[in-house]
Design a protein around this ligand. Structure first.
Ligand SMILES: [Zn+2]
Ligand SMILES: [Zn+2]
Length: 357
């Protein structure tokens, strides 16, 4: 069985993507072949392309993916994060990783830290092959990948980020503690993660103050339900839960000073070196503070992300979250636009996409 697909291979920092033709093989048992509808450009891809974070070169980037299942391997079909059997024709959001399900970390319910972890858009071409990232017409979805079957009417701009930003936002909110109703929450960073976390927290009745230097992003934060949106230089109110999603070193450094006694600090924005902390240990002790790190998520978080997004889709400002969508062969221009423009997400689509969403 052969058919052609195209993957955009990233050669390394400073290089242009080049399209590579790929023959489509029948998926292995437990695997699925997904035809990409939309891939959104995550901030971490921009860090990879700019060299701020080490990347798989050559490799195929892109890990926020929604598409349609076009082939399945033999044997029982994969089950999605809401325990639905995945069928050909299903529209699915693809999780960022595949985990083995058997190692010590998987057994401790830390599949995102699996000892044999595979991450889409993060794997060298030589090891993973070309259908290993979202910037392609197709993605080979491996066994052990969290998948969420989503309805056809869910806007692609909300469906594609489910497997990275939205599920991570759920994990971040969960790390802040169960009871957020009527509590003061500070969210640092009004990128997609911060905006989604804000909307989820506001839905639960929290008073959210968003901190971001960009006025346009602050306006979007208000649309997402933030009670306040302030410049990074401003002093936000002391928070019961302080959620750092910006990656700005000062936002992590300021966490202890800006968190109320008994509060929780959640750090999820920094994934590269360069932000040492200089907290006083006694401030953590005397303040009865809890500090949590969050990186990626478990399948249950993706299930919650999909359910929440489906319920919230009608009231989320989709046009403020997804900016222009470029054709796949225009990927370099899409990445440049994502880096330079204020768009929260820029998209890449191999085929026609309904921009009306
Ligand atoms: Zn991402
Ligand atoms: Zn594992």
């Amino acid at each position: 069985m052969t058919a052609e697909a195209v993957a955009m291979v990233w050669p390394g920092v400073g290089g242009r993507h080049r399209p590579v033709a790929v023959r489509l093989e029948k998926p292995a048992p437990g695997e699925a072949l997904v035809e990409v509808e939309l891939a959104t450009i995550c901030g971490s891809d921009l860090h990879t392309v700019s060299g701020r974070r080490p990347g798989p070169a050559p490799g195929v980037l892109g890990h926020e993916i929604v598409g349609r299942v076009v082939r399945l391997g033999d044997g029982p079909p994969p089950r999605d994060v809401r325990d639905r059997a995945v069928a050909i024709g299903d529209r699915v959001a693809v999780g960022i990783y595949a985990a083995c399900g058997r190692c010590g970390r998987c057994r401790r319910d830390l599949p995102q830290k699996c000892e044999r972890l595979f991450k889409y858009g993060h794997a060298p071409l030589a090891e993973a092959g070309p259908l290993s990232g979202g910037y392609a017409t197709h993605v080979r979805v491996r066994a052990g990948t969290p998948l969420a079957v989503v309805p056809p009417e869910l806007p692609a701009g909300l469906a594609a980020p489910l497997g990275c930003a939205t599920a991570t936002a759920v994990a971040t909110v969960a790390a802040g503690g169960a009871e957020v109703r009527s509590r003061n929450i500070t969210v640092c960073g009004a990128g997609l993660l911060g905006l989604l976390a804000t909307a989820m927290l506001a839905d639960q009745g929290a008073a959210v103050t968003v901190v971001d230097p960009d006025a346009g992003r602050r306006a979007t934060a208000k649309l997402m339900g933030a009670a306040n949106a302030v410049d990074a230089a401003a002093e936000p109110p002391s928070a019961d839960v302080y959620i750092e999603l910006s990656g700005a070193p000062a936002a992590a450094r300021n966490a202890v000073a800006r968190t109320a006694t008994g509060g929780t600090i959640v750090l999820a924005g920094t994934v590269s070196p360069g932000a040492p902390l200089d907290w006083e240990a006694q401030d953590l002790v005397r303040g009865l503070l809890t500090v949590r790190g969050v990186h990626n998520y478990a399948p249950a978080h993706l299930a919650e992300a999909a359910a929440w997004t489906e319920s919230a889709a009608g009231r989320l400002p989709v046009d403020a979250l997804l900016g222009p969508v470029h054709p796949l062969d225009d990927l370099d221009a899409a990445l440049q636009e994502a880096a330079r423009s204020g768009a929260v997400r820029v998209g890449v689509a191999p085929g026609e996409i309904d921009q009306g969403r």
